[in-house]
Design a protein around this ligand. Structure first.
Ligand SMILES: *Cc1c(COP(=O)(O)O)cnc(C)c1O
Length: 399
């Protein structure tokens, strides 16, 4: 058991835990009692791995980016989660949790979504596995993310608007929790990132750990070496980063770099950098770093990237950052856009805006790189969903 992993109490140091209303306690306890046995069972592993291969298209490639390597003065490899079915890493987790739901005898799935990416991944897993699916989404987000709402509906999911509060992600989460309290017997709540009450952050990290499991053997296949020097990933709630770091966290020589969204700048007041600018508190059932006012009201984060626009971060990352095992950088909207342009022009890959934040770490680290260093950057998703933003910011003449 890794010293960096969650303990029996669901804590990472003082972060994590399960701060849930009493009415939700039985649901969370029930999941906690069974999730490890299910995930570790031969039957689950066989089914999960088969779907990862035949349906999701795994293993996703590890690509040696020769032109980026020349530009940044180190060997740069890209882990291509953008090539997974539905275009991002989120599908790994959605299928994994849907399979756990089935093992627990539950046939109704609920989820909440902000940008709609997790909603699409969940609706996809439910269509595949024959599960009923209801996705809560803030009314404002439903308007902002119309193409993803259409995808979810086409996949057979019911999309329910959250009409309270700011009518965004936080309000959709509240609606989903209310639903779960009312329907504990047949309903499983699929959370889309490494956040929420224990055991969700650990469960999501384990399901996404397939990313670093593949990275490890693929890196050895490429180089004949056991370990890279750096692994870099962007961080919203922290699931693609958790999956990318999972199998390297005990290898102290591997530097783990998480990149938050600085938005308009760390000190602009318009940022989503919860570790650089947040304070400790409780959000969505766990103790972690989050953006809040002095009297504890959660503040609206801002990032150009919808997937990083979350006011907290998973508790594992708060912990790894505090003890110095993970280095946290922040990239602004502008730096992410420049990184996306560079990757597109040099390697012919249009990344998701989220993933562009991870790439934006390369110019920040360039002076530290030695020519022999091996760096893996996770490209968490593809940029199709972000074309309107890219056109607006990079090619306004095409609008
Ligand atoms: C949702 C999303 C993210 C952010 O979520 P994490 O849980 O931090 O990984 C990053 N990249 C893409 C492509 C996403 O869709």
């Amino acid at each position: 058991m890794s010293k960096y992993q969650v303990n029996e109490k669901g804590l990472y140091g003082r972060f994590g835990g399960a701060y849930v209303p009493e009415m939700l306690y039985p649901n969370v306890e029930n999941l906690k009692a069974v999730y490890l046995d299910i995930i570790n069972s031969e039957e689950f592993q066989k089914e999960f791995k088969r779907l990862m291969v035949d349906y999701v298209g795994r293993p996703t490639p590890l690509f040696y980016a020769s032109k980026l390597s020349k530009i940044f003065g180190a060997n740069i490899y890209l882990k291509r989660e953008d090539l997974a079915h539905t275009g991002a890493h989120k599908i790994n987790n959605a299928i994994g949790q849907a399979l756990i739901a089935i093992k627990m005898g539950k046939n109704r799935i609920i989820a909440e979504t902000g940008a709609g990416q997790h909603g699409v991944a969940t609706a996809t897993a439910c269509a595949l596995l024959g599960l009923k699916c209801r996705v809560y989404m803030g009314e404002v987000d439903i308007k902002r993310q119309a193409p993803n709402v259409a995808r979810m509906r086409m996949l057979g999911a019911e999309v329910v608007p959250a009409l309270s509060g700011n009518r965004t992600l936080k309000d959709a989460t509240n609606e989903a929790l209310r639903d779960w309290i009312s329907n504990p017997d047949d309903t499983f709540y699929i959370i889309g990132s490494a956040v929420g009450p224990h055991p969700y952050p650990d469960m999501v990290a384990r399901l996404q750990s397939i990313i670093s499991e593949e990275m490890k053997w693929q890196f050895t296949e490429h180089t004949g070496k056991a370990l890279p020097d750096y692994v870099v990933a962007c961080i919203g709630g922290g699931s693609n980063a958790a999956g990318s770091f999972y199998n390297f966290v005990d290898e102290e020589s591997v530097k783990l770099i998480a990149v938050e969204a600085a938005g308009l700048g760390l000190d602009s007041g318009e940022t989503a950098a919860s570790m650089a600018r947040g304070t400790e508190g409780i959000i969505h059932g766990s103790r972690t770093m989050l953006m809040q006012t002095d009297d504890g009201q959660i503040t609206e984060p801002y990032s150009i990237s919808a997937g990083l626009d979350y006011p907290g971060v998973g508790p594992w990352h708060s912990y790894l950052n505090e003890i110095g095992r993970e280095t946290v950088l922040a990239a602004t909207d502008q730096q992410a856009l420049e990184a996306a342009s560079l990757l597109t022009r040099e390697e012919g890959i249009i990344p998701a805006l989220e993933s562009a934040h991870a790439l934006a770490a390369l110019p920040m680290l360039k002076d530290k790189f030695k020519p022999t260093d091996n760096v893996i950057v996770t490209i968490s998703g593809r940029g199709d969903k972000d074309m309107a933003t890219y056109i607006h910011r990079l090619m306004p003449e095409c609008e």
